[in-house]
Design a protein around this ligand. Sequence first.
Ligand SMILES: N[C@@H](CCC(=O)N[C@@H](CS)C(=O)NCC(=O)O)C(=O)O
Length: 208
Amino acid sequence: MTDELHYVRLPNAFGGRAEMVRYCFTLAHKPWKDVLHAREEFASAGERNPYKQFPYLVTSTGEVIPQSMAIMCHAAHGTDVWPTGTRALTHALSVAQGAYDLYQAFGGFAADDLVAKKKFEERRAPQYFGALATYYAERPFAAGTTPSFADCIAREAIAWCVRKNEVAKGLLEASPALGAFVERFDAIPAIATFQARQRAAREADPSV
Ligand SMILES: N[C@@H](CCC(=O)N[C@@H](CS)C(=O)NCC(=O)O)C(=O)O
């Protein structure tokens, strides 16, 4: 049995945190199967995932793995995508955790919470986009010259904020280092193929 990634598909073929994980499987050239759940099924995640959240993975041996970064470790361990050298892994984690925090900072408030939105736009977005820009100006990918799970998190966290927030969009546009990173990541052949498949899915049915 192939690893099964369970998540709630967002409209327009976007997968939220699951998208980071899917990038990671793609980058590591590992197979996986999507198991999509409806929004109404959020409560059902608790039947298998003690955190009661999506995404979670059911491995080929039936083990359930919660938490997106743990799933990425499972997917990428043994490949370059999960660096093993202490320095490379440390560098990767500095970016991975910061990018994850960016995702959380944007995902942690409702669209109509204008106070939280202002705080995100004035403080958190410049803070996290600025740090990521610093790292990607220093090296092509989070761990060095080889793309890793950390770049999957950064790519999706940036894209998700930029898709939905004008300030984040402006920060990306004003950062040559981040813009170049996004181009570099998207040009990786496996990633480009995956993104083309996503675009086709969106065109075929924007409701899924
Ligand atoms: N730290 C978790 C966060 C997962 C998470 O917040 N998932 C959202 C959907 S993308 C969820 O299930 N929210 C419902 C809840 O937390 O009750 C991870 O990285 O996997």
